[in-house]
Design a protein around this ligand. Sequence first.
Ligand code: ATP
Ligand code: MG
Length: 297
Amino acid sequence: MSITLYGARVLKDLSNQELRVLNMVETLLKKGEYAPVEKIVTYSGYTGKEVSFIVSKLNKKKLLRRWTGQFVGYTLTFAGFDALALNILYNKKVVAGVGRAKGVGKESDIYHAIDFEENEIMLKINRTGRASFQQVKKRRDLLKGKFHYNVFSLAELSSKREYEVLSKLQESKLPIPKILGRNRHIIAMNVIEGTELVKVQNLKKPIKILEKVIEYAKILYNKYNLVHADLTEYNILYNEKKDSITIIDFPQAISTDHPDADLILERDFNHLFNYFGNKWFISPEIEDVVEYIVGKK
Ligand SMILES: Nc1ncnc2c1ncn2[C@@H]1O[C@H](COP(=O)(O)OP(=O)(O)OP(=O)(O)O)[C@@H](O)[C@H]1O
Ligand SMILES: [Mg+2]
């Protein structure tokens, strides 16, 4: 199979020493923007010469990026971070191989992959911060001296949050992705057969689909105390054969205890009703629907 994710492709040629140093850089990045070579030497137990050799190899492989300032240091690249996560998912026997990209977006990349029984699976690789690095940097400056945020921990946080929400929902009958494992910023899940609602040209009974979304939102709200918070025509996949939908993309889901939960629920449905109104000429009353979901009626 062709392997297109760079971090997966280089993984098989990485030595244990290289992996160890990569891991060490990741740990050191929790303390500062760059991992000082000096510190890598101290913690790894390798000699200065060995470390220089390993980091320059990792730099050439584009898994680390060199920085020279008051000291010489390295930071991870997203490819390096991918390699670390995939190494664990491989060792845990969750992911056996990575295939072509299904989609590369702003917040995440979706890749085809296979598990150890050669079933097709899907990887959601979180890229929070990739597009808005400057913003992250600004935020980091505000937090200066307190603790250290980097794009990798932000991506991991978002992925972890999505995994936790999906875990909580696995036993429900709600149509959501089945999760198979997670490491760092990568979630392995089943492949959902379907097309984003926004791209669907033929819906047999649009009203039925909207009713389903409302029912699912009600269960999410009342049984699991959650509001999706990004319930759009992009995050609902439609399966034409089965005339069914699946709801995806949960990292931003919020608890119903959140003071703005009902407002955010209303925002979700205002947005969806715009879509259903413009495309399928259905426009229910927003207040009625929100009240129905929240359960005041
Ligand atoms: N398990 C899956 N099976 C099939 N397709 C999927 C799956 N997960 C995601 N996709 C596809 O990838 C797209 C992006 O996934 P998702 O909505 O979870 O991430 P996102 O954070 O919105 O990503 P982006 O910022 O790239 O839009 C989805 O709209 C869907 O088409
Ligand atoms: Mg999405």
